[in-house]
Design a protein around this ligand. Structure first.
Ligand SMILES: Cc1ncc(COP(=O)(O)O)c(C=O)c1O
Length: 372
């Protein structure tokens, strides 16, 4: 029971039961915001200039973001209809789930993973099937394949997995897709692809070359390209599958400014990807420092690290917050810490080292072999 007032109109019960999406906490001016996997670098001046120049605020944007689709189609070697742009990749996920899955249908994903997945399934009226992560906080693709039934309409694979960090390998992904019936959609959610340094990781480009018609690759300009505020994500896949997503999309939700910023970012890609390398290096230092302090940090391939704090999650998140570090706690499970400004790294390591001492030996958050 809650003491919230009753909803005055008839709302679908599954929607009424679902709390609205909760964003990572905002930070005060003197705190580091490490709660939303954002890019800590300011936008490039050249990108800002291009956005400022896109001034026709009284006109609707190009509904299909054709220029950006054309540009991405060239890059991925696909037809322009094999590219779809959305107001963030999460909106494309929602479109794909709506297009494929309704009441009685099942959507499979690993858990824990991106917190929007359960919400997308419920909003579509479908049933969410959560397959627990395997050891090392990795996708258990065998178990996910085994969970497929006649009712399965979509499977989401998140690599690197938000919030735990490990990738799915190319070999694992290829094996998995071979087991999925050809009429079941497989979404490869690669929101953090640009941060990946593991050469064995699955890669959208290679996946697309395999030509599986039921696989859609999802990417975003929010993370590596630092455009989270402008909301631009994209999907590459079979044009008819993407048509279904386009049908369920809210028209005109990709803004002209978002499209222009994405194009400008592709023009400035070399500079932006240098920043991505800096963030990946910072991530590796952070993960290693945490492991040295005794934390059992899974492979970190995104722009974040995962502390499996278990029951201590809420208390530890308060400790970080009191030190001016806004992190993302997942109650009873763990804490995700985004790789932020350079100055935040030592601070995170300091607090993490002091709190890990409160975890008993044998706790999942603690590495067995570490002397503390
Ligand atoms: C795994 C994953 N997919 C998709 C998204 C959505 O990103 P956006 O809608 O900003 O493109 C996020 C954002 O945090 C994410 O972590």
């Amino acid at each position: 029971m809650t003491d919230a007032p009753e909803i005055p109109v008839r709302v679908r019960p599954e929607v009424a039961a679902l709390p609205p999406y909760k964003q990572g906490r905002q930070a005060g001016a003197d705190a580091f915001k490490l709660s939303s996997n954002e890019n800590p670098f300011d936008p490039l001046p050249g990108v800002l200039e291009r956005v400022r120049a896109a001034t026709a605020l009284n006109r609707y944007p190009d509904a299909t973001a054709h220029r950006l689709r054309q540009r991405l189609a060239e890059r991925f070697g696909v037809d322009v209809d094999g590219v779809h742009i959305g107001a963030g990749s999460v909106s494309i996920l929602a479109q794909l789930v709506l297009a494929t899955s309704g009441p009685g249908d099942e959507v499979i994903y690993a858990w824990r993973s991106f917190e929007a997945y359960p919400w997308l399934a419920v909003v579509a009226g479908a049933t969410a099937v959560e397959v627990p992560l395997a050891a090392g906080a990795r996708h258990d693709l065998d178990a996910m394949a085994a969970a497929i039934t006649e009712r399965t309409r979509a499977v989401i694979v998140c690599s690197p997995n938000n919030p735990t960090g490990p990738v799915v390998t190319q070999a694992e992904f290829d094996d998995f897709v071979a087991k999925v019936p050809g009429d079941v959609l497989v979404v490869l959610d690669e929101a953090y692809a640009e941060f990946v340094t593991d050469p064995d990781a699955v890669g959208g480009e290679r996946v697309l070359r395999s030509g599986w018609p039921n696989v859609v690759v999802l990417r975003t300009f929010s993370k590596a390209y630092g455009l989270a505020a402008l909301r631009v994500g994209y999907a590459i896949g079979h044009p008819r599958v993407l048509d279904a997503a386009r049908t369920t999309a809210i028209p005109l939700s990709v803004t002209a400014h978002g499209e222009e910023a994405a194009l400008a970012s592709l023009d400035a890609e070399e500079e932006l990807l240098e920043r991505v390398q800096v963030i990946a290096g910072r991530r590796d230092r952070l993960a290693q420092g945490l492991r040295d302090a005794g934390w059992n940090v899974p492979e970190a391939q995104g722009n974040f690290v995962w502390l499996p704090a278990g029951d201590e999650t809420a208390a530890f998140a308060v400790a970080f917050e009191e030190a001016g570090l806004i992190v993302r706690p997942f109650a009873g499970d763990g804490i995700r810490i985004s790789v932020g400004e350079e100055e935040s790294v030592e601070k995170v390591l300091g607090i993490a080292a002091s709190v890990v001492k409160n975890l008993p030996e044998g706790h999942a958050g603690v590495r067995a072999s570490v002397e503390r």
